[in-house]
Design a protein around this ligand. Structure first.
Ligand SMILES: O=C(O)CCC(=O)C(=O)O
Length: 130
């Protein structure tokens, strides 16, 4: 699970194509507690059974938009094992600088986490006017 890099922009839209999937979301504070309790390696497994985990079914052609609290203070990721077949997601990032963005913690690590944890094909487009 991850939070997309702070520099990417204030809103992220994820369009799902192909197999349905489940998107897990958990508050960053809660995830930090799980890391402290179970260690970095086991935190994701602990999050899967956590009371504060929110699960969203991503149907084909659905769009999820992360903004505000969910953009900067919740981790998200495709639930392992939730895919039933091939899936493609198109991720649209706003690229405008966001004055309200919290400071970077681990920009490189965050991006690497995205690539490591999302088992989908991806494409990113610049939004018109951004
Ligand atoms: O595959 C998806 O829809 C999720 C993509 C995602 O988590 C991301 O790009 O940050």
């Amino acid at each position: 699970m991850h939070i997309d890099a702070r520099g990417v922009g204030a809103a992220i839209a994820m369009v799902s194509l192909g197999s349905p999937a489940v998107l897990d979301l958990i508050p960053e504070k809660r995830y930090t507690t799980l890391i402290e309790k179970h260690g970095e390696e086991e935190a994701a497994a602990a999050a899967a059974n956590d009371d504060e985990l929110m699960q969203v079914l991503l149907e084909p052609l659905s769009v999820v938009i992360l903004g505000g609290e969910s953009r900067y203070h919740w981790l998200h990721g495709i639930q392992e094992g939730s895919l039933q077949g091939d899936r493609t997601s198109i991720v649209l990032w706003s690229t405008d600088p966001d004055p309200d963005a919290p400071p970077f913690k681990k920009p490189t690590g965050t991006r690497q986490a995205i690539l490591a944890t999302v088992p989908t094909k991806r494409a990113a487009f610049k939004l018109p006017g951004s």
